[in-house]
Write a protein that binds this ligand. Structure first.
Ligand SMILES: Nc1nc2c(c(=O)[nH]1)N[C@H]1C(S)=C(S)[C@@H](COP(=O)(O)O)O[C@H]1N2
Ligand SMILES: [Mo]
Length: 318
């Protein structure tokens, strides 16, 4: 088997900014900050109709929360997808990627919080420093990948909104655009795609909102412009192309649980001891590998998250 050396984000000589330009830019940033624009994030760079694939600047690699396993090939990560809004075949999302319109895009933060709001994508992302997190993703269909995401912790967004003491869950809603999205012309799921987390799961530092992968702006087929990544749960919990984040007092309905409750629970923590009714969850095929691997409890993140479920019967709350 080929050992591939992961692409790290070392600057090429061509990317090293000349000193004069750099100093000019610093001056510009200072002025902008004084003017109250808070230019931590380069908005101009980020805007535009077709930004998928553009290199993301200023991304810090987070080694603490990253696996050092070999990254799944970029081509597999971006051409073998589940994104039913763009079709149910694995190659449909890439083929239909252009049907998803990611600009303009706004995100509503609402429900049980003191500071609800509707934000343009650029304003929503602007306050957060971008990090690279290399996570395992385990699909309920018993395959897995290792993906270098770029994003920030969801808890930063939640803290800013100041949830009230009644906020016990966080609900997520994906894009609804049946005019353009071929999958939404059929009732494969009860659109829009919905997901949810208990608030402590949503606040866990492993839970991120991703805006990129492989150091670049997220391709549409991977859930542009903004998607959830919850690495210790089956892939379907990580909702793509999010337009709404809502604090709720009661457990919110979710797309797959609504479609088939005995197969897909609300928690859906990766659990090799609980089979899917139609297949085993004991092993998985890492995309790009031949032999199957044993699936680990909580997808290998037990040390970080098992305490969230202390005393819960995870066969009942699957
Ligand atoms: N809106 C939306 N989000 C979604 C899905 C979907 O069909 N629609 N599929 C889920 C499933 S089953 C998986 S495994 C992951 C796949 O993410 P990836 O294609 O970026 O690897 O996205 C999840 N998020
Ligand atoms: Mo999945």
């Amino acid at each position: 088997m080929l050992i591939r050396i992961p692409r790290r984000s070392e600057p090429k000589p061509s990317e090293i900014t000349p000193k004069a330009v750099y100093e000019d830019r610093r001056r510009f940033l200072r002025t902008a900050a004084v003017a109250g624009a808070g230019a931590a994030f380069p908005a101009l760079w980020w805007s535009g109709p077709a930004v998928a694939g553009r290199k993301l600047p200023g991304v810090r690699h987070n080694a603490q929360y990253s696996t050092d396993e070999e990254w799944t090939d970029y081509d597999d990560v971006t051409s073998y997808n589940n994104f039913y809004e763009l079709g149910t075949g694995k190659d449909d999302p890439k083929r239909n990627a252009r049907r998803l319109k990611t600009r303009p895009w706004s995100i509503a933060v609402e429900g049980e919080c003191e500071k609800p709001g509707v934000y343009d994508l650029e304003d929503f992302i602007q306050p957060y420093a971008l990090e690279e997190r290399v996570y395992r993703l385990r699909c309920v269909e018993a395959w897995s990948m290792v993906i270098p995401w770029v994003g920030f912790e969801l808890r930063r967004v939640l803290e800013r909104a100041r949830p009230t003491s009644r906020a016990k869950f966080v609900a997520f809603e994906s894009v609804y655009d049946p005019k353009h999205l071929p999958g939404q012309k059929r009732r494969i799921l009860d659109w829009p795609y919905r997901e949810g987390l208990r608030i402590d799961e949503a606040m866990h530092p492993l839970t991120i909102l991703a805006v990129g992968l492989y150091g670049e702006v997220l391709p549409n087929q991977n859930g542009a412009p903004l998607r959830l990544v919850v690495p210790w749960k089956y892939g379907f919990k990580s909702a793509k192309s999010i337009v709404r984040i809502r604090f709720t007092e009661t457990q919110p309905p979710t797309a797959w649980n609504t479609a088939s409750p005995h197969e897909y629970g609300f928690y859906s923590n990766v659990n090799p001891a609980v089979d899917h009714p139609r297949w085993s969850q004991k092993k998985e095929r890492r995309i790009g590998e031949f032999f199957k691997r044993r699936t680990l409890p909580f997808n290998g993140y037990a040390e970080e998250v098992a305490h969230l479920y202390a005393g819960m019967d995870l066969r009942k709350y699957y």
